[in-house]
Structures are given as C-alpha cells and as structure tokens.
Design a binder for this molecule. Structure first.
Ligand SMILES: [Zn+2]
Length: 89
C-alpha cells in the first residue's frame, strides 16, 4: 500500500496509521504520541506526502469516508482536530 514503508523512531508508517484513531481520540499514551511525532517528523516517506500530519490526516479522512458508523462524538472531535491541523502554517 505504501511505496517505501520504513521504520523511523521505532514505528513503521503503517504503525503510525494504526495509532491515528487513538491519537485523534486523545487516547494515545504520551510515549506513543512522542513516537508518532518523531516518526512523522523524521520519515522522508511520510514527509513526501505532505508536511507533518497532513498526509496521515488525509489518509484517515479517506479511511473514515469508507467506514460505517463512526460514533458522532468521535467524528466531531476528529473534524475539530482536522480543522486545527489544516489551519497550521
Ligand atoms: Zn513514515
């Protein structure tokens, strides 16, 4: 699925994706958040798709669009989070 998945900061690109739902939900532990951030910041592969979380968030959006019922409270928080990320410089 990903062209050149690599391991950076102890996580592979797919590991980062696997943690995103918890990340947007605020359920991700501090250590995991740090690992995700370290990966995205240092991974050329992820950086190629955009800056910082742009790529992963887009991927999550696409994923959510194809998944059925998402808890509305979670969806609302995700939309808020996505809006914040989008408005970053
Ligand atoms: Zn990556």
């Amino acid at each position: 699925m990903l062209p050149d998945e690599r391991e950076v900061g102890g996580l592979r690109c797919s590991d980062v994706l696997a943690r995103l739902s918890d990340y947007v939900d605020g359920d991700l532990g501090e250590a995991d958040v740090a690992m995700v951030c370290a990966h995205v910041a240092a991974c050329d592969n992820c950086a190629r798709f955009g800056t910082s979380f742009t790529w992963v968030l887009d991927t999550v959006r696409e994923h959510l669009a194809s998944v059925d019922p998402l808890d509305e409270a979670v969806a609302g928080r995700l939309r808020d989070r996505l809006a914040q990320e989008r408005h970053r410089p």
